[in-house]
Design a protein around this ligand. Sequence first.
Ligand code: PGA
Length: 218
Amino acid sequence: MKKLFIIANWKSNKKELEVKEWIDKFKNYDLRFKNKEIIICPSFIHLPLLKSYILDHESIRLGAQDISKFDEGAYTGEVNGKQIREFAEYVIIGHSERRQNFSENEEVVNQKIKQAIKFGLKPILCVQDQNFKIQEKVEIIAYEPVFAIGTNNPDTPENADLVSTKIKENNLSNYIIYGGSVNSKNVNQFTQKPNIDGVLVGNASLDPLEFFEIIKNA
Ligand code: PGA
């Protein structure tokens, strides 16, 4: 049985009370899946609360949604790798929403990958196709075509597997996952493909029951 990563990207959603409500529901579900690693990526401010919750759960890990390209110091508003490492094991880097809305280019993405590795964080690098270049070995690469993000219009599992295969051939990466309009009904079509090692889930992860169903059906 291959290892699968089921990653929740909450983006800029949820107040503290809503995070508590999510946890209250999610903790009732049986998460003892041998081959599935669950990673929750909330806003920075919710990492401490989620850390206290996941202490009881071997199969759940935490991730940040971004990382500063700088070390600690005079960079107002930034959260650096050393700070993130106190709470999380993973960090999403290069999400298309950051590339579009915050002008993140390849140079910035590469600086962030370096910072993550420097502080012992495992990058989840988001790419839109197989045409990109990175020098470092990153733990997870997420193939996320822009047309599929938040649109209820996922890529076909066949094409996602084809792109994942090419990414795997050209890069030093342990795992390739797919993201873009994944839900509990379609997740299995992606995870059963030979070169797809999991999913990155946005909208559908905001609801605890739907996210649990995704984990179960993956
Ligand atoms: P979506 O987002 O599941 O809402 O399409 C995925 C992502 O942006 O990681």
